[in-house]
Design a protein around this ligand. Structure first.
Ligand code: FES
Length: 145
């Protein structure tokens, strides 16, 4: 092998190694950038994972439903005023209220605490209104957020 052929082979090897190192560095940079972006931006579905969807047909007019949402009970009532949702935990001593359709109230069976469908105390010992639960109605589905 003459000197020119040897130099050409050396240059080819050097060029190949430069491309290989550049590719590896670019790959490492892309991986690091990906990790940084994931760290800085929360996944878009993280908040949605806490949502609970219930078809409105599951709670016909004049009925109520108790579901668990974020580890807590929620009572959803469908009355003439539409849908309302509260924590059914009575603000007196923590018993679970039930909807009494005939009186259109939420009644605590423990000490006869009564709440209207805005959650306001209308009778009995509860010191505070029921805690409302936020929801949206989307395409005939109640979405607890
Ligand atoms: S616990 Fe509800 S009224 Fe006492």
């Amino acid at each position: 092998m003459n000197e020119t052929a040897s130099n050409t082979a050396g240059t080819d090897r050097r060029t190949f190694l430069q491309w290989l190192i550049s590719g590896l560095l670019l790959g490492a940079f892309a991986a690091a950038a990906n990790v940084a972006v994931r760290f800085l931006m929360p996944p878009p579905k993280a908040k949605k994972a806490t949502e609970l969807s219930i078809p409105t047909a599951q709670i016909p007019l004049g009925s109520s439903l108790v579901v668990e949402h974020k580890g807590e009970p929620v009572i959803i009532v469908h009355s003439d005023v539409g849908f309302v949702a509260f924590s059914p935990i009575c603000t007196h001593l923590g018993c679970l209220v039930k909807w009494v359709r005939d009186e259109n109230i939420l009644l605590c069976p423990c000490h006869a605490g009564k709440f209207d469908l805005t959650g306001k105390v209308i009778a009995g010992p509860p010191p505070e209104p029921l805690h409302p639960v936020k929801f949206e109605i989307q395409n005939e589905t109640i979405v607890l957020v």
